[in-house]
Design a protein around this ligand. Structure first.
Ligand SMILES: NC(=O)c1ccc[n+]([C@@H]2O[C@H](COP(=O)([O-])OP(=O)(O)OC[C@H]3O[C@@H](n4cnc5c(N)ncnc54)[C@H](OP(=O)(O)O)[C@@H]3O)[C@@H](O)[C@H]2O)c1
Length: 336
């Protein structure tokens, strides 16, 4: 037999070839990645299904952004067939130039928009969004740190959060909101969380000083004078949010559509309040900071449901409800 006939190693991964519902996700055998000189190969033990996976699977994106989304993710069909932006696992192999990690290290990683984590293996650059797994967290918890965590770090940094700031988080129970509440508290803010009745206790347990039940009270009619209003839901236009922002306050439109993107430009022309919107930067340094914050106990991942690898479509269907609390985790089995 010549080398041409030796099958290259494969792995199992969930792929999608067209945009649509949870049923477009199919289990397939695909080539197992081979790490380049500066990369490590992670044997994935846990991954997540996030609101980002739901958006790239359905192209259900905020108002006015469908064309942008098609340009980013594939005009007629997905360019990256394997979703999943977060992983945790163990390093199985390293490239020849890798110095920061060794085979056998437990790590978590955030390829972010490059995705590719709904698989048994993923190669990651050693200086990419990769950090040692916090010793006090499980693989499932570590896999849940980055999506909400790095989004929150990005927006709070852009807002120049300071100790003593009054912060309102709308959607405080979600993947982003649950990290936002904890990180805003860590930076010394006084935090009010907006959530549904069933999630008020969770948000208080994350450290919120006050909670507002949006099913009973409209935060915008409550008055208030916040330094920062974070909207992770897309429920707050600038016109609405500015009623509760003090002079110089910032609206962080995490789930911004075109109207909020435009408000980034015109809000400064109309007064001292600002809108901050757009995709969060994906910085390797943030992933390392999240590891430290988790290790110190300042950031505790919230896990809603856990699924097995075989139940990936069920995990997608649950995330699509838009009602999850924190993260949805999928454990990745390696039967062979
Ligand atoms: N800009 C960026 O780079 C970036 C990065 C990450 C995520 N995002 C976007 O941020 C958004 C949130 O993501 P996520 O992962 O946190 O979503 P998620 O985990 O699905 O969370 C949504 C949460 O919001 C709650 N909620 C729904 N309606 C609400 C309302 N009117 N007021 C308050 N809470 C409400 C839901 O619980 P109940 O229904 O029980 O209230 C749920 O817990 C998504 O649109 C995502 O695309 C943007």
């Amino acid at each position: 037999m010549t080398l041409d006939h030796v099958a290259s190693p494969t792995m199992q991964a969930y792929v999608y070839r067209r945009y649509g519902g949870p049923d477009v996700v199919e289990l397939a055998d695909v080539p197992k990645p081979v790490p380049r000189a500066n990369e490590v190969l992670v044997r994935i033990k846990a991954t997540t299904v996030t609101s980002g996976d739901w958006r790239v699977r359905t192209l259900c994106v905020p108002k006015g952004l469908v064309l942008v989304a098609r340009l980013a993710f594939g005009i007629t069909r997905p360019r990256q067939p394997i979703m999943g932006s977060e992983l945790a696992g163990t390093i199985e192999a390293i490239g020849k130039d890798v110095t920061r990690f060794r085979v056998g290290d437990d790590v978590f990683g955030f390829p972010g928009g490059a995705m590719g984590c709904h698989a048994q293996y993923r190669a990651m650059a050693e200086d990419g969004g990769l950090a040692r797994k916090p010793a006090n967290l499980s693989f499932e918890e570590s896999a849940s740190l980055s999506f909400g965590g790095s989004t929150s770090l990005h927006f709070l940094r852009k807002a120049d959060i300071k100790a003593g700031d009054k912060v309102l988080v709308v959607g405080a129970s979600g993947g982003v909101g649950s990290a936002m509440v904890q990180l805003a508290k860590h930076f010394g803010a006084e935090v009010t969380g907006v959530a549904s009745t069933a999630n008020l206790a969770l948000v208080a347990s994350l450290g919120a000083d006050r909670v507002i039940d949006y099913t009973r009270q409209d935060f915008a009619s409550q008055g208030g004078s916040y330094d920062i209003v974070v909207d992770t839901v897309g429920a707050t236009s600038f016109a609405r949010g500015k009623n509760v922002l003090r002079d110089g306050g910032r609206l962080l439109a995490v789930a911004a559509g075109m109207p909020e993107m435009l408000a980034v430009l015109w809000a400064p022309l109309t007064g001292s309040r600002r809108v901050i919107a757009g995709p969060a930067e994906e910085r390797p340094a943030d992933v390392r900071q999240l590891a430290e914050l988790a290790e110190s106990g300042a950031l505790k991942p919230v896990i809603d449901r856990r699924y097995r690898f075989a139940q990936m479509a069920d995990a997608h269907a649950y995330v699509e409800t838009g009602r999850k609390r924190g993260s949805v985790v999928v454990s990745v089995e390696h039967p062979r």
